[in-house]
Design a protein around this ligand. Structure first.
Ligand code: AP5
Length: 188
């Protein structure tokens, strides 16, 4: 399976992709984690990304596109993967389409997790990450709402979008995703 996970900060992308990766044997590419690692290691990409990540803004498309493309262009591309938190702009979605064309891979589904903002603030308050401070979290949510619909609209006409209400127990949300993916696999 080749999947994209979309959803607001704290919607459970990382939680659900980790479960899916373990249970379906998929490679996860999580741009937030890759960027935090680059910042921690003080690489040139990390130095450039740091002020954006720290203030809750999206890092520039070219930087994040290069980070993702590297996983597909350098060495054997993963045949089965989950992209967690990428693409977040239509520009990123178009750049990733190019990568898919080059590697002759296609997407199976785009999972779109939805959770009300009040629930997100409840989940992330107190997680302790710098970018979870309430003012920065509000900025991340604002940016998410400004960009996400266009990304969903980019994929929906291709019949790829699976809408999941990601509220409730983690395993209940997982079961809804698993059922939707199993149904698509059966129907393909
Ligand atoms: P990133 O790390 O991707 O952060 P995010 O999207 O803001 O998402 P989070 O990791 O905060 O949340 P999540 O949806 O993974 O939820 P999680 O499973 O952790 O990105 C960080 C930054 O990097 C961005 O702000 C940006 O600057 C930059 N960046 C990354 N990708 C980029 C891109 N493509 N372009 C440009 N910039 C980019 O769960 C959250 C919490 O909720 C956990 O405590 C969990 O235990 C809990 N939880 C999960 N599910 C449930 C549930 N069902 N019920 C109750 N609690 C739950």
């Amino acid at each position: 399976m080749r999947l994209i996970f979309l959803g607001s900060p704290g919607s459970g992308k990382g939680t659900q992709t980790q479960l899916l990766a373990q249970r379906w044997g998929l490679t996860t590419i999580a741009t937030g984690e890759l960027l935090r690692a680059a910042v921690h290691d003080n690489t040139p990409a990390g130095q450039r990304a740091q002020p954006f990540v720290a203030s809750g803004q999206l890092v520039p498309d070219d930087l994040v596109n290069d980070i993702v493309a590297h996983h597909f262009r350098d060495g054997a591309p993963p045949k089965c993967f989950i992209l967690d938190g990428y693409p977040r702009t239509v520009g990123q979605a178009k750049a990733f389409d190019q990568v898919l064309d080059e590697t002759k891979l296609s997407l199976d589904a785009v999972i779109s997790l939805s959770v009300p903002d009040e629930e997100i603030i409840r989940r992330l308050s107190g997680r302790g990450r710098d970018d979870d401070r309430r003012d920065i979290l509000r900025k991340r949510l604002e940016i998410f709402h400004a960009q996400n619909q266009a990304v969903v609209d980019y994929y929906r006409p291709r019949g790829l979008v699976v809408d999941i209400t990601a509220v409730g127990e983690v395993e209940t949300v997982y079961a809804a995703i698993d059922r939707a993916l199993a149904a698509r696999k059966k129907g393909s």
